[in-house]
Design a protein around this ligand. Structure first.
Ligand SMILES: NC(=O)c1ccc[n+]([C@@H]2O[C@H](COP(=O)([O-])OP(=O)(O)OC[C@H]3O[C@@H](n4cnc5c(N)ncnc54)[C@H](OP(=O)(O)O)[C@@H]3O)[C@@H](O)[C@H]2O)c1
Length: 325
């Protein structure tokens, strides 16, 4: 099968299309014929091996898993024992062995059935970004009437977070660059804040929840946008901070420590966990039309390096998807 592989860490030019053997599913796994594969910054981290801390898990000198890509949507080709799926089932979810390939193996508890009316391209845009946004909205206790600020509202996670918060009845302000303002309004945001002209605390401490996917503002500034009982959910930021830790220390150490002295405000660094139950919830929202993935661009498999280079620049609009069908 054809796949996008790499032998060393680096920028997008380390990626190449190569013929490699099809993977074989084990117990509790399925082999999926990939129809579309979503692109997200996590794939960029796996490609570059940055921040360096992640190489401890991925392989110190080169990535142990050479095929890139995690999100996928496709058709079950072979179902391993105890997977609960059948050949021909249309599914979407994540895989660890690489989805920028004609076939990929996924664990049955990391995929869900794709609703028949939802295109593969749309479904492939959802798993990592949609799950992250869903878990953020849940953690931030976003309910009817809440004032919610989504920073990075025009990006992958942000575009889902805006829609999910609106669906929960919140009044959403999206923060983005001016070129994405119409798109963010189209997702349901009541207000749009152009961060080139206005900072997120400029309207005072009015927000019940702040969902930060951009990750490059000081915690003190983010707290000034929150009311006294507000909840801050930190999602992005690993491209900032030190070369070793990126934003990990800010989200997983600084935020919880500061939370101890921040009164009734709560500061939380989210580490999203993909799972079948959340994918099934997202599938229902896709089927009802409540959630519409903001797919901005598609690329054929051989052009995956361009998509990775684009996401590495950090100003993507909506989602990019690799198409194989
Ligand atoms: N914690 C987790 O479990 C988890 C899970 C998924 C993703 N992530 C991380 O979350 C981050 C966002 O992911 P994503 O998929 O949404 O990335 P993305 O699609 O690249 O979107 C990032 C968005 O942030 C905007 N942005 C950049 N600088 C900004 C600034 N200073 N202020 C406001 N917005 C700014 C960008 O566009 P404009 O600047 O043009 O507006 C872009 O739309 C990444 O760092 C990713 O690795 C974490």
């Amino acid at each position: 099968m054809k796949a996008i592989v790499q032998d060393v860490y680096g920028e997008a030019d380390v990626l190449a299309v190569r013929d490699i053997p099809r993977p074989v599913p084990k117990t509790g796994e399925v082999l999926i014929r990939v129809m579309a594969a979503g692109v997200d910054p996590g794939v960029w981290h796996l490609m570059t091996g940055r921040p360096y801390l992640i190489r401890a898990a991925l392989g110190p000198r080169r990535p142990r898993i050479p095929v890139r890509g995690r999100d996928l949507a496709g058709v079950v080709e072979t179902a391993g024992p105890e997977s609960g799926f059948q050949p021909g089932d249309e599914v979407f979810g994540t895989c660890e062995g690489g989805s920028f390939a004609e076939f990929a193996v996924a664990r049955a508890d990391r995929i869900a059935r794709k609703p028949a009316g939802v295109p593969f391209v749309d479904a492939a845009a959802v798993p990592v970004s949609g799950t992250t946004a869903l878990q953020a909205v849940r953690y931030a206790r976003i309910t009817t009437g809440r004032q919610v600020l989504v920073i990075g509202a025009g990006g992958g996670v942000g575009s889902f977070a805006v829609q999910l918060a609106v669906a929960a009845g919140a009044r959403v302000t999206g923060v983005c660059s001016p070129g994405k303002a119409d798109m963010v309004r189209g997702l349901g945001a009541e207000h749009v804040l152009d961060y080139h002209r206005e900072e997120v605390d400029s309207r005072g401490p009015i927000f019940d929840a702040v969902v930060d996917t951009a990750g490059n503002r000081p915690l003190s500034l983010l707290r000034r946008a929150l009311n006294s009982h507000g909840i801050l959910v930190l999602i992005g930021g690993e491209r900032h901070g030190t070369a070793l830790f990126g934003g990990i220390s800010r989200a997983l150490v600084a935020a919880p420590l500061l939370s101890l002295t921040s009164g009734d405000q709560r500061l939380h660094g989210l580490l999203a966990k993909e799972n079948a139950a959340d994918l099934t919830e997202l599938a229902a929202l896709l089927e009802s039309g409540t959630l519409r993935p903001a797919v901005d661009r598609t690329y054929p498999l051989a052009h995956a390096p361009e998509a990775l280079a684009e996401i590495g620049r950090g100003h993507t609009g909506g989602k990019m998807v690799i198409t194989l069908a």
